[in-house]
Ligand binder design. Structure first.
Ligand SMILES: *[C@@H]1O[C@H](CO)[C@@H](O)[C@H](O)[C@H]1NC(C)=O
Ligand SMILES: *[C@@H]1O[C@H](CO)[C@@H](O)[C@H](O)[C@H]1NC(C)=O
Ligand SMILES: *[C@@H]1O[C@H](CO)[C@@H](O)[C@H](O)[C@H]1NC(C)=O
Length: 477
């Protein structure tokens, strides 16, 4: 039906050998053609400048968006395996890459956790300078491995300095006893833990060379009733600056060793490098709160986003003007989707979020979400990971989201920050930083949207080795 119509229509405008052509038709066709060409050149001229600007931008970002493949071979099955891996897998199931990843005696160990010989060392001059190597050990300017797990960045404009806050896990990893269902839900695969040592802070002007500013919120050694007592849990610290009070406010997940407290803690400081004064913990809006993050919007309003209801949904709510408490307003989002490790960012008025599934220390598939309002509704778009190979993409490159940083001067380009957890030796967990960009159509169009993607695609590109564009000025505002 369609085909026939098309044929008939086109033949009306065609002058082929067999048909008769009148003069008016030829003249009008010519006039039409000239008008079209003129219109086209006008549009092109207007677009030229835009295109030039875009091409320049593209040349810079193209490097970040290159798709890199990754291959590795599963070692043949062995007779002996670590008792933990056997227990987890049970009998007769084929070995999975996740098992290999979690098995500290695996032949692939050095692939996932490269040893000290390949360390990223800012004191070493050479062609590796300024390059990120996701998964390798990363040293600070003192030559020690950076201890800022589950972290986030803060940019302080007045000094053009980035601060990286995260969990200092530089202690012995021990196997906490499983107690109660809550613990099992939160940490289905492993219950490894380290004592609370505190929140570390590192500073940098270029996002690559990091100087240790020490522990800005230390754990509590003796007072066993204190939230920060070393036997408890402190995770995912995030710091925001309050323009009204001039204070740096830290929010973090506070829990007991069984993950039954499920609270958020708040600390405050007059300086980005602390010391932070711990204020209190609470269950926000009376709800459980485990993995969480803080997002400060362009209008100065800040929001708490946390996994709740046994991690089956997320909650989002604005903070008070001083950022020291939540208000009474809260929305449930991604209900029933079982997401954690939220990392939020905003681009061209749209809010985006990367989350992980809930499988304890084991890596799983990331999802990108988008919303017009931070309070929702939030839509799930699909897996943002690009490149590597299928296993890389279904494990978020063997890592878990923690934060997304805008790359200043490159609109639409971000750094995706994630943790490659090492449950056997948590202090040796690695950082996976990769370029993230927003653009192009989402690959999983929403049902009610008649198949048209509503949101831009969020892409996280795998790179074994990458750097920010040469000449990128981390200090520009
Ligand atoms: C860096 O330099 C070393 C020594 O000059 C060289 O062996 C290596 O291939 C270089 N690496 C890259 C990625 O260019
Ligand atoms: C121990 O911590 C609790 C809770 O923060 C506090 O109320 C109490 O005063 C502290 N005790 C001492 C001896 O510092
Ligand atoms: C949590 O763990 C502690 C010590 O490991 C135990 O004494 C306590 O009973 C547990 N609490 C709950 C609610 O399971």
């Amino acid at each position: 039906m369609k085909m026939r119509n098309k044929q008939r229509k086109s033949s009306a405008f065609c002058c082929n050998a067999g048909s008769r052509c009148s003069l008016p038709v030829v003249v009008w066709s010519l006039v039409g053609c000239i008008l079209m060409i003129h219109l086209y050149s006008v549009i092109r001229q207007n677009d030229d400048e835009n295109i030039q600007a875009r091409l320049k931008h593209l040349a810079i970002t193209r490097e970040l968006e290159e798709v890199e493949e990754e291959s590795f071979h599963m070692p043949p099955p062995r007779g002996r395996r670590s008792p933990r891996a056997v227990k987890r897998r049970g009998p007769r199931k084929p070995p999975s890459v996740i098992d290999e990843f979690l098995d500290d005696s695996s032949e692939l160990r050095n692939f996932f956790f490269p040893d000290r010989r390949t360390v990223i060392d800012p004191s070493r001059e050479g062609n590796d300078s300024m390059h990120y190597y996701p998964g390798r050990q990363w040293l600070d300017t003192d030559g020690n491995p950076i201890q800022a797990h589950g972290g986030g960045l803060l940019y302080v404009e007045s000094t053009a300095t980035y601060y990286w806050y995260g969990e200092n896990k530089d202690g012995e990893t021990y196997h906490a006893h499983k107690r109660g269902a809550a613990r099992v839900i939160v940490s289905a695969v492993s219950v490894n833990q380290v004592d609370i040592i505190g929140v570390s802070c590192y500073s940098s002007k270029d996002l690559w060379t990091w100087t240790n500013k020490g522990i800005v919120l230390p754990g509590e050694e003796t007072n066993i009733t204190h939230d920060l007592h070393k036997s408890n849990v402190l995770e995912r610290p995030k710091v925001v600056y309050n323009d009204r009070t001039g204070q740096y406010v830290m929010w973090m997940h506070i829990d007991d060793v069984n993950y039954t407290k499920a609270s958020v803690g708040v600390a405050v400081s007059n300086s980005p490098t602390g010391p932070f004064e711990y204020l209190y913990s609470q269950r926000p809006h009376g709800c459980e709160s485990r993995d969480m993050t803080i997002f400060k919007d362009e209008d100065g309003k800040a929001y708490l986003i946390y996994s709740s209801e046994d991690n089956s949904e997320l909650h989002v709510g604005p903070l008070t003007d001083d950022y020291l408490d939540v208000t009474g307003v809260v929305r449930r989002i991604l209900v029933g989707q079982h997401r954690e490790a939220p990392a939020l960012f905003k681009y061209e008025g749209t809010y985006y979020m990367i989350t992980s599934g809930c499988t304890g220390w084991a890596p799983n598939r990331a999802l990108a979400h988008a919303a017009e309002s931070i309070m929702g509704p939030w839509e799930t778009m699909g897996n943002p990971c690009v490149g590597g190979n299928r296993i890389f993409r279904t494990t978020t490159f063997f890592s878990q989201s923690t934060f997304v940083v805008p790359i200043m001067g490159l609109p639409g380009s971000f750094i995706f920050m994630a943790d490659r957890w090492n449950p056997a030796e948590l202090r040796d967990s690695r950082y996976v930083w990769l370029p993230l960009s927003v653009g192009g159509a989402a690959d999983e169009p929403l049902e009610y949207n008649f198949g048209f993607p509503l949101w831009s695609r969020v892409s996280i590109y795998w790179h074994r080795r990458w750097r920010l564009p040469v000449g990128w000025k981390g200090v520009q505002t």
